[in-house]
Design a protein around this ligand. Sequence first.
Ligand code: FES
Ligand SMILES: [Fe+2]
Length: 439
Amino acid sequence: MYESIIQRDLDALIDDRVSDGMFRVDRAVYTDEAIFEQEVSRIFENCWWFLCHESQVANHGDYFWTDIGDQPVFVHRQEDGSLKCFINACSHRAAILTPFKQGNAKTLTCRFHGWTYKCDGACIGVKNEEEGTEKGKFDLREIARLESYKGFVFGCLNSNICSLEDWLGAAKPWIDLMVVQSPEGLEVVPGSSTYKTDGNWKLQAENSVDGYHVSTVHRVFAHTIAARESKGEYTGIKKTESGRIAGGVPTAGYSLGNGHMSIWAQHTTPEVRPIWEAKDRLEKELSPIEVEWILTKGRNLYLFPNVMLMDNPSTQIRVMKPVSANRVDITVYCVAPKGESDKARAGRLRKFEDFYLTAGMATSDDIAALEDTHEGSMARDAKWSEFKRGIRTFTRGADDDAKALGFEPEVSSDNWDHEVLYHGFYRHWLKMMKGEQAG
Ligand code: FES
Ligand SMILES: [Fe+2]
């Protein structure tokens, strides 16, 4: 008989006995709607949540509509250049205020009964205003916290949380490796793709740093591009780097604290990456170790709970919107160094389409694997998912590569096939589910 989390002990969901060689997770964490509801209130509304990139709200009046958990919010660029984030609901009777997902409006007029708000959230117009209406009482509700880290904008509905920088911790140098690729920083390339996945959001989080699946799930992708390139097409920058898919290259995985995780794999043909054109400049501006990491290590970074930053053949921001235990909506954006050549930008976009775009050749296979996993997780009579690979060999703290770049992970593993990076993710998840404050 199905037993909801409300009757259950949260600790029993995670079988965490690493010293005995055991780490497994009860698959109810993917399928139980009561667990999902608790995730909304205890995790999503209590930690730093990725909202957008600053380039998506570059000018006064630019707005960007997104969600924190299941609550709609929008980020709005102010006249003084600062950002504010408001609950996206009219103070009158809750209609969404932004006419589009993204746009520019120095004032917002509600499309229902016409109330108007200034960019700073002040209610400045009530249609057919009655005597005694105190407009000041109807200003928009600003969210508790809003901070940016090098262009990446995060918000939190709870004021009682550490700074964003403390929250990101050991993940910061991984973000920096993307940001420093141009002296002008990054920009989100116009356009996006959103797809709905019949599976739990944590399966997507796991997948984004799961090196173990690459050589099976993406073998068709690797064969297809090998066949394409054998015909003499897609040479030079158009060629897609695929050495990591076939396997046999140096790799690593890290648990970065606060639920963040990352992996890298060595590129076998770094000269086909769009950033290769900036090699000479990077060597002048950055340390040799930063240049090595940027040019030769393909990197996936997962930031707890809702965003992934990828720097592989192409570069991506992947944002999750968990909808229910059984569904997560995902939106992907190509992000690129400002000022790169047209040739590099075109190569970046073609590679983005190849691998990351929903209509491409790899993400569709990831979605199929994720949905299979979710469906199999409904089998409550076989309830444990195993996260044991590498459990006897991992390093506590930093390995040599982490020390060289200068970040301090909780755990390092010298093979991206290993699953020990998930231990930190699930420990952090459990901590927040039990009501302990993030960060
Ligand atoms: S709901 Fe916005 S003016 Fe009525
Ligand atoms: Fe994949």
